[in-house]
Design a protein around this ligand. Sequence first.
Ligand code: FAD
Ligand code: SF4
Length: 475
Amino acid sequence: MLKKEKAARVDMPQQSADIRRSNFDEVALGYTHEQATLEASRCIQCKAPRCMGGCPVNINIPAFIHLIAEGKTTEAAEKIFETNLLPSICGRVCPQETQCEELCILGKKGDPIAIGRLERFAADAYRAQVKSCRIDDGSGCVKPATGKKAAVIGSGPAGLTAAADLAKMGHTVTIFESLHAPGGVLTYGIPAFRLPKDIVAAEIDDVLSLGVEMKTDYVIGRIKTLNEIADEYDAVFLGTGAGLPNFMGIEGENLNGVYSANEFLTRVNLMKAYQKDADTMIRRGRNVVVVGGGNVAMDAARSALRLGASEVTIVYRRGDAELPARREEIENAKQEGIEFCLLANPQKIIGEYGDGTPQNRRFDVKAVECIKMELGEPDASGRRSPIPINGSEFIIDADVVIMAIGTSPNPLIFIDAAGIEQTKKGTIAVNNDLQTTRENVFAGGDIVTGAATVISAMGAGKKAAKAMNDYMMKN
Ligand code: FAD
Ligand code: SF4
């Protein structure tokens, strides 16, 4: 028999690329019971488990893996729920390869344990068995009421996690969400083929089962201001993310057929443009160019392909090694036939005039003019800076262009928010306890860090909830 540390990681079955490129069903199909047990049994149960140091929400990783190896799936899921209320989501989208799995001792000589896949397996199996993961089951996980009221603004992973922890501490919690559906990027941004929306809805229901109130269609900055909320509640958590898209500022970005990735993905996911009978307007391009190289660019490109594009090209100004998206998603995109035009940058978007009739007096996207790039010296971020190569311009035909070059915090929240200091980047300034410059207002997730990850937002939600509890119980 192979030594545990030498045994290879168990692969997870997937839909084949030929089939999945034209549907929105989930790509990765999850472990079977046998596969999960086999993978879990590779874990050597380290006495000082390095993997846990890579988990921002502090899951007891060896303990839940041990329970899976013993066939105790329900207990494994309950172990995870002690610190993470969104495990089916995290198991699917967290970049484990740069967090817990990167630190797993087995990765030094072979394959690290597939911690994310096992987390997903335990949580999915639990839900399939008991249908709901209602946490407030009388077992005492929710402490007696404190009489304190907390407001959470934004229902993305940061807000949901802060709300859940505050509710467990015995506080009355209300979430204010500007969209008609909760979940933040989990609902409107990440497509169903990576994160099915019934999974997101079920895990949000688990948070609400703790007694958290959710007010949707409630824009803070419009219906009420941040100052009004801060006066009304004992403490406030700001988790409004970074949903304002950046543009390049090049000629042609206002042509018909140019989208920000946020708008494009919101139309596809939240407004269900991927469903054949949906009446959401979306331009289904034949030749689609996506600008950017992160997870958002991969999601936009793969969604455009599934909407029927015959050619989708990702244009990225650095090389393959520098692509910031998860490697797994880059490989998936390549298998599905997405083209990668690397070391290139758009210079302008070229339009064509409609036929001039009153119905068609508009400018549509026709092509993107790009220039080739080479990598120079490292910049402040430590990455080599892309430099344009003079005279290397070239054209890519396009009828849809999607800009996925980053996002910033939405400024609406700052209307009547005197006393809340912002950084130069427009994010919120906080101290080590995630407290803002207004005493009873705390903040975390993308609104503080700029666009980051689901698990880092959740870690911030947890940290802020603890600090808010300390603050409220002292005041
Ligand atoms: P958000 O998820 O942005 O939630 C903020 C919420 O606040 C939103 O629901 C918004 O509507 C609401 N809001 C904003 N302003 C107001 C207001 N004024 N009043 C009331 N509500 C307001 N991360 C990963 O770890 N893995 C991935 O694979 C991954 N893929 C991604 C794919 C896409 C397309 C995108 C866009 C991001 C992806 N990310 C991924 C990043 C990750 O989703 C974010 O880092 C994370 O969602 C940030 O969480 P948050 O709670 O801070 O903010
Ligand atoms: Fe198991 Fe790896 Fe964690 Fe050790 S570091 S306990 S092998 S998952």
